[in-house]
Design a protein. Sequence first.
Length: 73
Amino acid sequence: MRPGPDHVEDCSIFVIYSSGDLTVHALAEAVCETVGFSGDIVTDTTKPDGTPRKVMDDNKLKALGWGPKIDLT
């Protein structure tokens, strides 16, 4: 049985991003800038956009004393 979100002491790995709302396109732009990619970002506008927003609630992490030390870039 996998631990639920209320059992963080049982987890050994966390993947955390907390810097506010970020679109997939904005993330792709940040990655391109970081790695020096100068090509075009191509999207297929015939495909569904997916969920408009995916915002993390970081209140439990903050209650544990965690806070971001660096930003995405």
